[in-house]
Design a protein around this ligand. Structure first.
Ligand code: EPS
Length: 395
């Protein structure tokens, strides 16, 4: 990220999570209920574990905001972990008691989690608790607070996002890359947040069956962004190509092992004549009949809807355990389980939207600049004028 800087801090069972967003123009109006609405979406989804009954995520702003407008300094967003009161001794930042430190030690790494790899990285293999505390997907709460703020900036210029679960485990709800229209019917309160709430009963049953078996499930989430002007990103440098930045942001989400832009997966097996999006003119504007490119050509937005998919592996904490080794004794045995989500896929759409919003808000500000939002607005007007007649913002 070049114009916005974004950092999260905090542990899953520590006192709180923090997100710091730096680089927003001063004077941007924010809306607390909007951020809390995104946080609520992240706590949702059939198949979540006991933790979500403990937590009620609500944003607290401790810097960078006054009278509902950004002040120009770092925006500091915080979130309390209600579970902290159950962990305050184990997670005490200052206690030196050895016995207390050994309490809740994690000695058998879970296959698929960061336990072993992170422990090897930080020399914490005799107790991997510190690794899992930070690697926990609870961190996505901080991302969502920041993402909601970035979505607010994008919305100021008519750029809007939609997302949904397209697949749960092997159960496909929407084939291929989604369109904006596909995602219109998503009900954020439906159990699994798919574009077909009427078909979710079978999915709920699949989650119940996995729960009974002590197993877990992943899935596929799609996101679509409408209203982006052509020309965000860069065709000139590998590390500025927007497709790369988006895939990076999506794969950085916990459990995501692959990400695709548009019909990127499908077109690999097609002839060129079936892979691209013919250009024509209608009402004086450039139009396409298809959007296989997913709104990006050469690493730059082309004015069409930006379409991305993120592929989530099943959660790596299984009630029935997975084979592993106790690193303190060398004994083989199944991984431990206290509680876990069977699937967190219902929470994933808003996390995907957050990562898209973060990357796109950064790119938009790289393009427009502005220490004050009025200057960003002026640059936006100038950009829209320059892009005429081939592209115009949506009314
Ligand atoms: C997570 C393990 C579980 C999840 C957590 C992510 O937490 P716990 O061990 O406290 O039951 O509930 O996700 C959240 C707390 C959240 O708010 O999303 C993990 O290991 O990644």
């Amino acid at each position: 990220m070049r114009r916005l800087r974004f950092l999260t801090g905090g542990e899953s069972h520590g006192p709180r999570l923090t997100a710091i967003v730096e680089g927003l123009p001063a004077g941007l109006e924010l809306d607390r209920t909007g951020i809390d609405g995104w946080l609520k979406r992240r706590q949702h989804g059939f198949g979540r574990g006991g933790r979500q009954r403990i937590e009620t995520d609500i944003v607290e702003v401790t810097g960078g905001l006054r009278n509902g407008r950004t002040m120009g300094g770092p925006l500091v967003l915080e979130l309390e972990n209600q579970d902290w009161k159950n962990w305050s001794e184990v997670m005490d930042p200052w206690a030196t008691d050895q016995e207390q430190a050994q309490n809740r030690a994690v000695t058998r790494p879970r296959p698929g989690h960061a336990d072993y790899s992170g422990g090897a990285a930080t020399d914490q293999l005799e107790d991997m608790r510190n690794v899992l505390e930070r690697a926990s997907a609870r961190e996505t709460g901080a991302r969502v607070m920041a993402g909601a703020v970035c979505a607010r900036l994008l919305a100021r210029y008519g750029i809007v996002l939609r997302s949904a679960v397209l697949q749960l485990g092997p159960h496909v709800v929407t084939e291929g890359p989604p369109t904006w229209e596909d995602l219109a019917a998503v009900d954020f309160d439906s159990p699994l947040v798919t574009p077909r709430p009427d078909r979710e009963e079978a999915l709920v049953e699949a989650v119940r069956a996995a729960r009974t078996d002590g197993d877990t499930m992943g899935g596929v989430v799609g996101g679509v962004v409408r209203g982006l002007p052509p020309g965000l990103g860069s065709h000139t440098h590998w590390d500025r190509k927007l497709d790369g930045l988006i895939v990076h942001a999506l794969v950085s989400i916990h459990s995501v092992k692959a990400a695709a832009i548009g019909a990127g997966i499908e077109v690999a097996g097609r002839l060129g004549s079936q892979a691209h999006d013919a250009i024509h003119v209608a009402d004086g504007r450039l139009r396409r009949d298809s959007n296989r490119a997913g709104g990006l050509e050469g690493g730059v937005t082309n004015g069409e809807d930006l379409v991305a998919r993120a592929y989530f592996k099943p959660i790596s904490t299984l009630r029935k355990g997975l084979p592993s080794v106790d690193l303190t004794t060398g004994e083989t045995g199944a991984t431990a389980w206290e509680r876990s989500d069977v699937t967190a896929i219902g929470a994933a759409p808003v996390i995907v939207e957050s990562m898209l919003a973060l990357v796109l808000a950064d790119e938009l500000l790289v393009k427009l600049g502005g220490d004050a939002i009025v200057d960003t607005d002026t640059a936006w007007e100038a950009l829209c004028k320059r892009l005429e007649p081939w592209w115009r913002p949506r009314a």
